[in-house]
Design a protein around this ligand. Structure first.
Ligand code: SF4
Length: 218
């Protein structure tokens, strides 16, 4: 951990440092940048823990590595692969719809723009941002409920809109992809919704919430 007084402005660098040294969870999809696979991954991660998605991701992309392969597959084949992550009926239909739209309207490629991504079935703002950042290297920050929780605890925002504006202001361009990935793992491993691990947190010295958590445990 760094010594001396740190301000909240420094938290992106502190978080990335933690991520590089000890934060990364070992997932089979770590480092994936193929736009189609990242899109499928983003859809699987909707309302689903990364650990569960990790169990099916590799077999999914091996069996359906492209929109063509997904379009040719039967609903039953897709369901069989994604069953462990739940909501598999709805998700299998979604995958078929997406494959059809990619083939019919985008030449079998995942589009790059936010507008076009949002026009794909089941793709919301967060999933579109994940694809733009992870697959296309866009310098956008990602904000979901985990990020809002962390931003609130750090005292930099009280809502998703404020968190987005604050992170756009604080997180330097060029660092945002790694920062986004770091926030995902930080929210899962350290600053969890319940019982955050404040005592060993790399942001302890700048966090406004640490005292509240400690006094609750006394
Ligand atoms: S000190 Fe605790 S509440 Fe604050 S960021 Fe770290 S884990 Fe989260």
């Amino acid at each position: 951990m760094r010594s001396g007084a740190s301000s909240v402005q420094e938290f992106p660098a502190m978080l990335v440092e933690w991520f590089r040294k000890e934060g990364k969870r070992a997932f089979s999809f770590r480092g994936e940048s193929d736009p189609f696979k990242v899109l499928c991954l983003a859809l699987m991660l909707q309302k689903t823990k990364a650990e569960l998605v990790d169990r099916v991701y590799r077999s999914f992309v091996e069996r359906f590595p492209s929109p063509e392969a997904l379009a040719k597959a039967s609903l039953e084949e897709i369901k069989e692969v994604i069953k462990p992550i739940g909501m598999y009926n709805r998700r299998a239909k979604r995958f078929k719809e997406i494959a059809a739209v990619l083939l019919e309207k985008h030449g079998g490629k995942v589009p790059r723009s936010e507008e076009e991504l949002l026009s794909l079935p089941g793709v919301g703002k967060y999933s579109a941002s994940v694809v733009r950042c992870v697959a296309f290297g866009a310098d956008n920050v990602l904000v979901d409920t985990n990020v809002v929780r962390i931003a609130k605890r750090l005292g930099i925002a009280n809502s998703a809109e404020q968190a987005y504006a604050a992170l756009e202001r604080i997180v330097p361009k060029g660092m945002r992809k790694e920062f986004n990935l770091a926030m995902i793992d930080f929210g899962a491993k350290v600053c969890k919704a319940k019982n955050p691990s404040c005592d060993t947190c790399c942001l302890l010295q700048i966090c406004k919430h640490k005292g509240a958590n400690r006094s609750k445990r006394r």
